[in-house]
Ligand binder design. Structure first.
Ligand SMILES: [Zn+2]
Length: 618
């Protein structure tokens, strides 16, 4: 067994006496032992899944290359790779059924090398498929280079770069009555990573990030919510840029926070499970700012944003507010903010600072307390109490909710949001009272969204529907005097580049992370989404469509323009687009991560207890 892009490759020698002419049957049996105990956590909650991507039949001594083609294609006899200026040619030989379509994803260039088709009489068409399902012809096999009785070689009319996201994939369609063998050659292009350089002339702008955990923007007053849930944040919004379409890539804190800190997708930072720790080699926003002379401090109320995860990289001070060293403390956003304000009071106004505050509300439990329970009906007599057990029972269909229950749940969530807003208001008050307020950038955001019974779910973690991923993104930049709206598609990978850009750094956008201050929104984006580790569901989102891929269950495709609530899958009407989006997802899952997460499996018992209370651990 060898590993290729984290995937195990099993090589089986085929004994000479097993090679018989005609139809042969190969039986694969998968056996696996799962651990009954996992380091004191209890029974292993994972499910074993096995997928077979392809079978390659090779000549003795030949090198196998991943096909990156549609699942089920038989790949045989790939010729040895040839080095080029790009990351390397990748050849694959594909046998298609009559009228079949095969794919290869973006991030490639259709090579100028000869492509080979056999039989020589077969016709093949190459198209690029756009983000909205539109197709553009790339090359035709009629441009014959050389032909023999068995095959025909041809050269694409021009080398075609598929590295931008305008075109998702190339589509190769063979029209023939008999199977067609295609020898494809493509060059994988280098990925474009975002980067930043300190300003030539320092502007000494402070950078403040306030994370309200599990905050969904449509409940905020400034996003058009129906209630005064966010009076303090609404005041900030009056002099801010309001981004309407910024999404978490994953609906859980542990995995989303490192994306916010580094501008890396979970595919590249690999912090996806409790035992993972952000690699020291990854560069965080705080490290960049600290390197430019900033004083840095973080105040967190959740063990999912903690030193144990390696998220303290670059912070002079990293305050963990769930424990005083002796006892576990109750969640209190005001206590958290009071620590941050105390730090601000001693901070030198002549030196720029970076402050991050991560409070738990409006995250479960939705128990705002009498001071902030402004929206619920005192006469409500149902079972909804805002706490995790009832919500979990609802998610497991162990209980149901009537209209009054649903209303009460939202009422409690809104009260919890008001509580977070009030604490945010105290922090903003402390910032405004400083002489450097006119040099202070402020971002109010969340690490993910929250479902409030949509799609039969409460909370987050478990789905990639928009209600679990859309986040508020309210950016105050000194000098802005009025509110502005921005509806471009963005992601939490953009947080670090955007803030550095706002602070005057010279930021170059990359494929996955961009500055949202760039007046040019850039090429259409494709976001790769995933749920938490227990039962991963994957998704791909463009500005218009979302494909949701759930293992063995039927995939869904939503047209978000006409169906923003994601209720009616249109996959049967857009098979080509769905296949293309699935191919992009598959390509991303196969790529090498930029960083390997370190191991942090020794989480202490108290943190684990806290995580359990938040619903993160079985
Ligand atoms: Zn969270």
């Amino acid at each position: 067994v060898t590993l290729h892009h984290s995937l195990p490759v099993f090589t089986l020698a085929w004994p000479a006496d097993a090679q018989v002419a005609g139809r042969n049957l190969l039986t694969l049996r998968v056996e696996h032992t799962m651990s009954p105990q996992r380091a004191g956590i209890g029974r292993d909650p994972r499910e074993l899944g096995v997928g077979l991507r392809s079978i390659a039949v090779l000549e003795a001594g030949a090198t196998w290359l991943p096909p990156r083609l549609r699942g089920g294609a038989l790949v045989r006899n790939p010729p040895p790779p040839t080095a080029t200026a790009a990351e390397g040619n990748q050849d694959a030989v594909v046998v298609t059924a009559p009228g079949d379509v095969v794919w290869w994803g973006h991030g490639y260039r259709l090579s100028e090398h000869v492509l080979r088709i056999s039989p020589a009489t077969a016709e093949v068409a190459f198209h690029a498929l756009g983000t909205h399902g539109d197709t553009v012809p790339l090359a035709s096999s009629r441009a014959v280079h050389e032909a023999s009785a068995e095959h025909r070689d041809f050269v694409p009319t021009s080398a075609t770069d598929l590295s931008d996201h305008t075109f998702l994939v190339a589509r190769v369609e063979a029209s023939s009555d008999a199977p067609v063998t295609l020898q494809l050659r493509r060059e994988r292009l280098s990925r474009n990573r975002w980067s930043s350089a300190p300003p030539a002339v320092t502007q000494n702008l402070n950078v403040v990030v306030v994370i309200l955990d599990a905050a969904r923007p449509d409940r905020f007053g400034c996003y058009g919510g129906p209630r005064p849930t966010t009076p303090a944040i609404d005041t900030l919004a009056n002099e801010s840029r309001i981004y309407h379409n910024v999404f978490a890539l994953v609906p859980y804190t542990l995995c989303s926070v490192p994306t916010m800190l580094t501008g890396l997708s979970f595919l590249d930072h690999e912090v996806v499970a409790p035992e993972n720790r952000l690699a020291d080699e990854a560069t965080t926003l705080a490290e960049t700012l600290s390197g430019a002379g900033y004083a840095t401090a973080a105040f967190s109320s959740t063990p999912n944003n903690s030193r144990a995860k390696g998220f303290d990289q670059g912070y002079d001070v990293f305050h963990e507010d769930w424990s005083d060293g002796e006892r576990r403390l109750p969640i209190d956003p005001h206590r958290l903010v009071s620590h941050a304000v105390a730090w601000l009071e001693q901070a030198d106004e002549g030196r720029p600072f970076h402050l991050l505050v991560h409070m738990v509300p409006p995250h479960e439990p939705y128990q705002p307390g009498p001071e902030f329970d402004h929206f619920s009906d005192p006469g409500y007599s149902g079972a909804v109490d805002g706490d995790l057990p009832w919500n979990v029972a609802f998610n497991n269909a162990a209980t149901t909710a009537d209209e009054a229950d649903r209303r009460h749940l939202v009422d409690l969530y809104d009260g919890n949001l008001l509580r977070a807003d009030d604490a945010t208001g105290r922090l903003l008050g402390a910032l405004r009272s400083r002489t450097d307020w006119d040099r202070t950038v402020v971002l109010v955001t969340s690490d993910h969204g929250e479902a409030l019974t949509e799609h039969g779910l409460i909370g987050h973690n478990a789905a990639v529907y928009d209600e679990m991923l859309r986040v508020p993104f309210i950016l105050r930049i000194p000098g802005d005097t009025a509110r502005t709206e921005d509806r471009r598609l963005g992601a939490l990978t953009d947080l670090a580049p955007t803030l550095l850009s706002a602070a005057g750094f010279d930021v170059r956008s990359g494929d996955d992370a961009r500055s949202l201050l760039d007046p040019d929104p850039g090429l259409p984006r494709v976001l790769i989404l995933r749920t938490s580790h227990k039962h991963p569901t994957w998704g791909v989102r463009t500005d218009r469509h979302k494909l949701i891929h759930r293992g063995s269950a039927a995939s869904e495709l939503f047209d978000l323009e006409h169906d923003p609530r994601e209720t009616d899958s249109v996959i049967d009407d857009h098979r080509l687009l769905a296949a293309a989006l699935r191919q992009v997802m598959s390509d991303c899952r196969l790529r090498e991560p930029l960083f390997r997460a370190d191991d942090a499996s020794n989480i202490d018992a108290e943190d684990r207890q806290m995580l359990e209370a938040l619903g993160y651990v079985d």
